[in-house]
Design a protein around this ligand. Sequence first.
Ligand code: SF4
Length: 58
Amino acid sequence: MVIVDRNKCIGCGACSSICDKVFEMKEGKAQVKKGQEKTTLPCAKEAAESCPVEAIKL
Ligand code: SF4
């Protein structure tokens, strides 16, 4: 499961630029795109590692 903690997210946009198949920005915060919750794309992990506030859990 890929989860974005929207309380932690500061809306930097890094995850959606790194992995736009999985993450999108909505109202200034990131969210996981519909149907992508169980993605195994390597870029999701990369995005999680790049999140400055560790808001993405895999
Ligand atoms: S990288 Fe982290 S802080 Fe930046 S938009 Fe994504 S979830 Fe939010």
